[in-house]
Design a protein around this ligand. Structure first.
Ligand SMILES: CC(C)(COP(=O)(O)OP(=O)(O)OC[C@H]1O[C@@H](n2cnc3c(N)ncnc32)[C@H](O)[C@@H]1OP(=O)(O)O)[C@@H](O)C(=O)NCCC(=O)NCCS
Length: 180
């Protein structure tokens, strides 16, 4: 099996937040940042796998503070974990305000990307060479993220389809909803 260094596919991408990215409140649309993240995850995953890649799942996207027009958004990405045909790309988003030099960490998240061939079949990706403690820690975190995301899918599939209307009503009793 072929192995590749994490540094071979590490990616840093910076983009200026222009006025057309803003929502009615004057802040940058969350969807713009999501789209950038997807693009950077693709760059990183395709650099590692040398294949066309598709987004399979997204974990941990949350916005700690708004991104503003005029900010420079920097996304640092690396392949943290590899399975057989998928890679977990970890990304850290920072906002830099040129006027005062303040840098804010706005979010970190994980995209699972799958490698596909020209016919759309999944293909095996190279293994990862872990060269330091950080890369080893991220690999273990990636393995854990994959495990909890699999468990979450199984819970959603089994629990919520077998639940009766009565159980659902009881579950919602203390919630802010009216059931007709
Ligand atoms: C996700 C997808 C690749 C799974 O295909 P499948 O044949 O059902 O795959 P398998 O169950 O054999 O799993 C293949 C790999 O995907 C992973 N996988 C499957 N579903 C997953 C999910 N929901 N979340 C994370 N990983 C997932 C498996 O763990 C496995 O990883 P590994 O090879 O690294 O061990 C397939 O459903 C797909 O191509 N989806 C569309 C993706 C796409 O087009 N994205 C862009 C949307 S615009």
């Amino acid at each position: 099996m072929q192995y590749k260094e994490v540094s071979d596919s590490e990616t840093t991408y910076t983009e200026l937040m222009i006025p057309s990215y803003a929502n009615f409140g004057g802040k940058v649309h969350g969807g713009i940042i999501l789209s950038l993240l997807d693009k950077v995850a693709y760059i990183c995953a395709s650099k590692h796998s040398h294949q066309y890649c598709v987004t399979v799942a997204v974990e941990g996207v949350e916005f700690k503070s708004p991104v503003e027009v005029g900010d420079l958004v920097e996304i640092k990405a690396s392949v943290n974990y590899v399975g057989r045909t998928t890679m977990i790309v970890g990304m850290r988003v920072e906002c830099f305000k040129p006027q005062n030099g303040i840098v804010r960490h706005t979010n970190s998240c994980y995209f699972t990307m799958a490698a596909k061939d020209d016919l759309g079949n999944l293909v095996e990706v190279p293994g990862l060479i872990l060269s330091n403690d950080t890369e080893l820690r991220r690999f273990c975190e990636g393995k854990f993220i994959r495990k909890i995301s699999q468990e979450k899918r199984e819970i959603l599939k089994s629990n919520l389809t077998n639940i009766t209307r009565k159980e659902m009503e009881a579950d919602c009793k203390e919630e802010r909803c009216q059931i007709k």
